[in-house]
Write a protein that binds this ligand. Structure first.
Ligand SMILES: [Cu+2]
Length: 339
């Protein structure tokens, strides 16, 4: 497990500047600055994209350097795809901050074509911060994270469908200032998205299929960028754990009807805002471009030790890869699995 860095684990390798240095940088002495370079701290993707999250640090100023690169990704077992990325993985690393934090973004376009970035968590003039910029160029902006939630970040360069289906997205979580109201034992990020891949008959490389995208005929629908990866490598929790899922749906087009087979969400926060709290929910739809927080308890006498598929209950999409397993405790058998 040691090789499976969590996004948080990755962040721990980042430079955290203490108050005295922050003073040199011109910030208030009480501010702690955290600087993370996505080019240095990549998310582990083997054997599966590491979905585990840990709490945000106590920094109040968050600086993120985000390189845009074109990289080979694996969208299903053995299916290599020439993707476009934030930080070299699809999705890119999760950013986690707290309500009230100042978030400073510097995006470096290291790819051979124009791109941009769009934070759904920011209230900011889009024409400035989200402008398309050229290869070799950089765009920098900052915003205060005023709205708690689970948000999509993506490239917004036209045609947006193409830039998103190529892999340009990740999640940003803004923790409420007062916390989530419950203590989660485990937290996971799940980014749903779909691919429209076509194998070139000569090179056998998988290429984007624009016509399939316009016809909404996805080749794969994935959680965290690779079809079925959590069926092969389940998310592990313990009996009795309260588990919080941050679900962001990158699309570009499909909805995510998020559901756990054998469990009921005791809380759902549409858009990840506790003010939107719902109770006792079986399935909740996360729209393309949206996010939500889901909580359930795998209690000993209910949803205890066993295997629990999580799916989009739009089942044609689950058949294309948007299904995974939560393993609670260490069940001895897989024979009851029907999903
Ligand atoms: Cu782009």
């Amino acid at each position: 497990m040691s090789s499976r860095l969590t996004p948080f684990g990755a962040l721990s390798a980042a430079v955290v500047v203490t108050a005295s240095v922050a003073a040199i940088l011109g910030t208030r002495r009480s501010d702690r600055v955290e600087r993370v370079d996505f080019g240095v701290t990549r998310v582990a993707t083997s054997p599966a994209y590491d979905a585990r999250l840990a709490p945000a640090t106590d920094a109040t100023i968050r600086e993120f350097i985000i390189p845009i690169t074109h990289d080979t990704i694996e969208i299903a077992s053995g299916v290599k795809y020439e993707g476009w990325t934030f930080g070299g993985t699809v999705p890119g690393p999760t950013i986690r901050v707290r309500e009230g934090d100042l978030v400073r973004i510097k995006v470096v376009n290291k790819s051979p074509m124009p791109h941009s970035i769009d934070f759904h968590s920011a209230r900011i003039p889009a024409n400035v911060a989200y402008r398309t910029f050229m290869p070799g160029d950089t765009v920098s902006f900052e915003f205060t994270a005023k709205d708690p939630g689970a948000y999509m970040v993506h490239c917004g360069t036209p045609p947006v469908t193409m830039h998103v289906m190529q892999g340009m997205y990740f999640a940003i979580i803004v923790d409420p200032r007062e916390g989530w109201g419950t203590k989660a034992d485990k937290e996971f990020v799940i980014v749903q998205s779909e691919f429209y891949a076509r194998e070139d008959s000569v090179t056998h490389k998988h290429m984007p299929d624009w016509n399939a995208a316009m016809a909404k005929n996805a080749s794969q629908v994935t959680f965290n960028g690779r079809a079925f990866q959590y069926k092969d490598t389940p998310l592990q929790v313990n009996v009795g754990d309260r588990v919080r899922f941050f679900v962001v749906n990158a699309g570009p087009t499909f909805r995510s009807d998020f559901h756990i087979v054998g469990a009921i969400f005791d809380r759902v926060y549409p858009d990840g805002t506790p003010r939107n709290a719902l109770e006792r929910v079986q399935t909740w739809t996360v729209p393309a471009g949206g996010g939500a927080v889901f909580e359930t308890v795998f209690a000993k006498d209910a949803s205890g030790e066993g295997l629990y598929p999580f799916v989009t209950h739009s089942f044609a999409d689950a058949e294309k890869g948007a299904v995974g397993i939560i393993r609670v405790g260490m069940p001895k058998t897989h024979t009851t699995m029907s999903h």
